[in-house]
Design a protein around this ligand. Structure first.
Ligand code: SAM
Length: 373
């Protein structure tokens, strides 16, 4: 629903915030911030619930779940994605969570977003538990890509990290994704003393299947607040670890705002490894942040806009939407939220490495599972 302005001042309805424009913020256009970045990549969290309890994300006992009526419905999600794509220039939408496969209406959400007039590229981040029975329907509904989280191929280590013995279910989901989608990306988090020395084996397995593996540095977004700068596995260590088995060369292709630094992978004797020209990505959010090139905006499962994973504030869109705000008002609230984005996430100081104490960084209240990773 788009409202055409008649040139008359619009009075906010009860419950709809009155958007007051800062003098220097453009009233129309995309999701621009004060540092000239434009967000075109939207992450939508479909639920805060998850069927795993990964140690670096959730506590063993889980987190209190959101009341059902505070989570966006399918219609609300599709309406906000529609505003993002038709009014705000968003081109890519990734569904995440929590675990998005726990939404029974996931296929319908994908289908309705794929039918929007400004169809975005649609992708899903998932642990793949249960994907085996839904991958075909998701592709038919219009899903373009999947990223699957897999930290190890060892069942015991999987059960230690995810606190659930579900490796076989995840692998079944990956097989189904490989049948249905052209490109499967795998995300892995390495934890010292647990799966760091599984990195090269995981890469070999991915290359042999034509999957693109990306290692993500562990970020301080865990519920237990156990993240420790000194203990986390850095991107430099990942490169070193992979270097024991592979030769990595920086990829010549432009990074183009992507968070992962990519490398072409060969065996140590220079021969290609695997089915395709193999690549690996390393996402160094902590030690080599890429905030200058960030193009991301996020919606939590409760319909709050977050301009950064590490933000301490959110802008509620769901309350105003339910109170009757029109598309123009919601778009402007979203623009205002992104305008306030900070220059960086605050974890690194002066490019000399990362020092949480000296930068005054404080961990956000919400965990990765509650924000939507
Ligand atoms: N449940 C889905 C999944 O497992 O992919 C989607 C949500 S999960 C929060 C998204 C991604 O965030 C996963 O790849 C997970 O490994 C990653 N993640 C969670 N906590 C993290 C942390 N503290 N640091 C880095 N990555 C994290």
């Amino acid at each position: 629903m788009t409202t055409v302005s008649l040139g008359m001042p619009r009075l906010p309805a009860a419950g709809v915030p009155d958007v007051r424009l800062p003098a220097d913020r453009p009233a129309t256009g995309g999701l621009l911030d004060r540092f000239g970045r434009v967000a075109t990549d939207l992450r939508v969290s479909l639920t805060d619930r998850c069927n795993l309890r990964c140690t670096y994300c959730m506590p063993a006992e889980g987190l209190p779940t959101l009341p059902k009526d505070s989570v966006m419905t399918r219609e609300e999600i599709v309406r906000l994605v529609g505003i993002a794509t038709s009014e705000l220039g968003v081109r890519q939408v990734r569904f995440t969570g929590g675990e998005p496969l726990l939404r029974r209406d996931l296929v319908e959400i994908v289908a309705e977003c794929a039918a929007l007039p400004h169809r975005p590229e649609l992708s899903l981040t998932t642990n793949a538990v249960g994907l085996d029975s839904r991958a075909a329907a998701l592709r038919e509904a219009g899903l373009d890509r999947v990223n699957i989280s897999l930290d190890t191929l060892d069942p015991d280590t999987f059960a230690t990290l995810a606190r659930r013995p579900f490796l076989a279910r995840t692998l079944a989901g990956i097989d189904a994704a490989a049948r249905e989608f052209d490109l499967v990306k795998i995300n892995a988090v390495l934890v010292r003393g647990v799966n760091l020395d599984h990195a090269a084996e995981l890469l070999s397995w991915c290359l042999e299947r034509g999957f693109e593996l990306r290692f993500i540095e562990q970020m301080p977004l865990d519920a237990d607040h156990a993240w420790d700068r000194a203990a986390m596995v850095t991107a430099a260590e990942v490169r070193e670890q992979l270097g024991t088995r592979f030769a990595l060369e920086p990829d010549e292709e432009p990074r183009d705002g992507a968070p992962a630094e990519r490398f072409v992978v060969r065996d140590l004797d220079g021969a290609p490894h695997g089915r395709r020209r193999g690549r690996v990505g390393i996402i160094a959010s902590v030690t080599e942040p890429f905030c200058d090139d960030c193009r991301r905006t996020r919606l939590t499962a409760e319909g709050g806009v977050r301009d950064c994973l590490f933000a301490h504030t959110e802008t509620d869109l769901l309350g105003p939407l339910r109170a009757g705000a029109d598309d123009a008002v919601l778009a402007d609230l979203w623009r205002g939220a992104m305008w306030a984005k900070q220059a960086g996430h605050g974890m690194s100081d002066s490019g000399s490495g990362t020092d949480l104490d000296s930068s005054g960084f404080t961990q956000p209240e919400r965990t990765m599972s509650a924000i939507g990773g």
